[in-house]
Design a protein around this ligand. Structure first.
Ligand code: B1M
Length: 210
């Protein structure tokens, strides 16, 4: 079994120690960090989602797989971060109200940090009010919202409305992402941009700031 296959299998099995061992070994073998991420960790989470849809996995299995993925991701973090990048701007990130999925959001935050952004991470289940309060407090250039559930996407709309009502909308650019989110949805709710994955999120953030 290759190191990528063993990482994939460890995440499927919810085996955090195995995922870490696999990531360490792959790094030692010189496998590129983005390949470990995409072909090992992210591919396995995609399969976990499929197994959940097929009723072969349930929430506990998803949870232990998520933990295994996060422990592998922690080892990749320093390698995915560019070194010595100039400060590129300040961004507040969070997973929207009602939504507890944070792996994708953490990955986006990690890549943004690596690209030189100062990132304020509000965590998960972030209400529109909390986003507004954080904008007042931290004065960011950008807000990045993540949603993984179709049922929580409307909270993105709610946050944009809350920013407008607080008179803050013109001060920040808003970017959104997450598996069910689309470019069309971003346009519909008046966000400034959408990106499908973490590396394009960095390009989008940079382009939004000109
Ligand atoms: Co949940 N879950 N989950 N889950 N979960 C999904 C999302 C689901 C698609 C599974 C399925 O049915 N196939 C489904 C949603 C269906 C829908 O709404 N259409 C689902 C469901 C139903 C649920 C529950 C309701 C289950 C239940 O309780 N019955 C429940 C909801 C809890 C809640 O949030 N209130 C639930 C719970 C959980 C766990 C807690 C067990 C766990 C999350 C653990 C954690 O995050 N700490 C979990 C997991 C792990 C998943 C799957 C399997 C994997 C998600 C993931 O981490 N992917 C997921 C199935 C799937 O996505 N295939 C599923 C890997 C990650 C790297 O990708 O998050 O897409 P992703 O992020 C990407 C891009 O989307 C993008 O960049 C990232 C990196 O490339 N991106 C952005 C993300 N945010 C961005 C922001 C940006 C830009 C890009 O700008 C700001």
């Amino acid at each position: 079994m290759s190191q990528l296959e063993s990482i994939y299998q460890a995440v499927l099995d919810g085996n955090a120690a195995g995922a870490q061992a696999g990531v360490k070994a792959a790094i030692a073998e010189g496998v590129a960090p983005d390949v470990i991420l995409k072909e090992g960790l992210i591919a396995a989470m995609g399969e976990v989602g499929r197994l959940f849809e097929e009723n072969e996995y349930f929430v506990p299995e998803m949870l232990v797989s998520a933990r295994a993925m996060q422990s592998g991701l922690a080892l990749l973090k320093p390698l995915l971060a560019d070194s010595g990048a100039a400060p590129a701007g300040k961004i507040i990130v969070g997973t929207v109200k009602g939504d507890l999925h944070d792996i994708g959001k953490n990955l986006v935050a990690m890549m943004l940090e690596g690209a030189g952004f100062e990132v304020v991470d509000l965590g998960t289940d972030v209400t529109p009010e909390k986003f507004v309060k954080a904008v007042t407090e931290h004065k960011p250039n950008l807000i990045g919202m993540s949603a993984l559930l179709t049922t929580t996407m409307p909270s993105m709309t709610g946050t944009i409305k809350a920013l407008e009502e607080a008179g803050l909308r013109e001060q920040v650019k808003v970017m959104i992402g997450g598996a069910p989110v689309t470019d069309g949805f971003a346009k519909q709710i008046g966000a400034d941009g959408y990106s499908p994955d973490a590396s394009s999120a960095v390009r989008l953030a940079k382009s939004l700031l000109g």
